[in-house]
Write a protein that binds this ligand. Structure first.
Ligand code: RFL
Ligand code: PHB
Length: 388
């Protein structure tokens, strides 16, 4: 098989890249290690920045998002038992869209199917070759046979544990990493959200987040120990812990119910530099990870592939300079989002090694943040997303 761009990974970055290229008439093939059902079963992001909404509109998959998504004008920060609203819209003129990654993926998958572009699910033993030469290729096993796709370019959209970044020789890649000493235990349930906006909670017992997927489906998180196993957390234990971290007025509105899904995610900051190696481009979680506190991971994945599609379109029109600046353009935006996500994580969580001094400084910063227009605006600007 021969194509112009072979995309490894059918998560949101691979599917959105495929859609952007397809729209520009650039032939592409997506190879995904898992089944479509497995990809849709992963419960992840919930908050989309305006730039992500715009990219989804650009490829014509925005209709359901606009009909069913929930535009949010603010978030609550809760500490010392009190809630403080950050009015994102008043501070920045922008809002965010609450629409789950599962739904984004679903919409992109449906559109891809309708377009007739090739996607191979359950592609086994994917390996990438000759990305430093003029004729890169990707090999995989499917249906008991080995297949090869030859292409002009390879897009590594295969997530943090993918094969593309791992195929780059160590000496050509710089890795920057920070691992946090805790995780997030998340629970999804068909119960109405306790508030119409998200609540980020700083509490002595640890961080908590009240989020949602719709007016009838809630997504809650509590900070947990890295040693915890999800099986140790009954639904009852989760709800009890969440209740203990929420202020009284919020607890009064909390509706509990059986979990649809429960999982633990470790928190990590990670960036690899550069993001281009010859004819291989990395995008999304394959190149960087942010802790979920700032809700930036999916949004960065979307803007990476936005830049990559622009570069590839210019290349095929005879102008290679956008593609040459891919790493640099992405990394500037990525490092700003890394900084924000690290800062918000440091501000909102309890750290096992922190003493009473660090805790008091954290509370003083929160107090300053909600009472200073300048500080609130800096948070709001980053939360709604910096321009592309
Ligand atoms: P993905 O989604 O990991 O998709 C990569 C795909 O590549 C496939 N793959 C391979 N395919 C072929 N061959 C191989 N060798 C392969 N190896 C892997 C995988 O099966 C998979 O299908 O990466 P992508 O597309 O870059 O998308 C990134 C986002 O998924 C991620 O950044 C976000 O989910 C992060 N995130 C959030 N981001 C936001 O913008 N807003 C949020 O509110 C938000 N909340 C979150 C989050 C992530 C979380 N977790 C679980 C880490 C909340 C949580 C709890
Ligand atoms: C989510 O709804 O899953 C979510 C929302 C906001 C975050 C992280 C996760 O910061």
């Amino acid at each position: 098989m021969r194509t112009q761009v072979v995309i490894v990974g059918a998560g949101p970055s691979g599917l959105l890249l495929g859609a952007l290229l397809g729209k520009a008439g650039i032939d592409n093939v997506i190879l995904e290690a898992r089944s479509a059902e497995y990809v849709l079963g992963r419960i992840r992001a919930g908050v989309l920045e305006q730039v992500t909404v715009d990219l989804l509109d650009e490829v014509g998959v925005g209709a359901r998002m606009h009909a069913e998504g929930l535009p949010h004008d603010g978030i609550d920060l809760c500490f010392g038992g009190r809630r403080h609203r950050i009015d994102l819209h008043a501070l920045t003129g922008k809002r965010v869209m609450v629409y789950g990654q599962t739904e984004v993926t679903h919409d992109l998958m449906d559109a891809r199917k309708a377009s007739g572009q090739t996607t191979v699910y359950e592609a086994e033993h994917v390996s990438i070759h000759d990305f430093d030469g003029q004729r890169p290729s990707v090999r995989y096993r499917h249906g008991g046979q080995t297949h090869t796709v030859e292409a002009d370019f390879i897009a590594g959209c295969d997530g943090f544990h993918g094969v593309c970044r791992a195929s780059v020789p160590h000496e050509r890649i710089a890795l920057h990493e920070k691992v946090y000493p805790f995780g997030w235990l998340g629970l999804l349930a068909d119960v109405p959200p306790l508030s119409h906006e998200l609540i980020y909670v700083n509490h002595d017992r640890g961080f908590a987040l009240c989020s949602m997927r719709s007016r009838t489906r809630s997504r809650y998180y509590v900070q947990c120990s890295l040693a915890d196993q999800v099986e140790q957390w009954s639904d009852q234990a989760f709800w009890d812990e969440l209740r203990a971290r929420l202020p009284e007025d919020a607890v009064a509105h909390l509706v509990t119910g059986p979990s649809l899904e429960k999982s633990i995610a470790p928190l990590r900051s990670f960036v690899c530099e550069p993001m281009r190696f010859g004819r291989l481009f990395l995008a999304g979680d394959a190149a960087h990870i942010v802790p979920p506190t700032g809700a930036k991971g999916l949004n960065l994945a979307a803007t990476d592939v936005g830049y990559l599609a622009q570069g590839l379109v210019s290349h095929y029109k005879g102008n290679g300079s956008d593609l040459d600046h891919y790493s640099e353009r992405c990394l500037r935006r990525i490092w700003r989002a890394e900084r924000f996500s690290w800062w918000m994580t440091s501000l909102m969580h309890t750290f096992p090694t922190n003493g009473s001094f660090d805790r008091k400084v954290q509370l003083a910063e929160l107090d300053y943040l909600v009472n200073s227009d300048a500080a609130s605006k800096a948070l709001a600007e980053n939360y709604v997303g910096l321009p592309m």
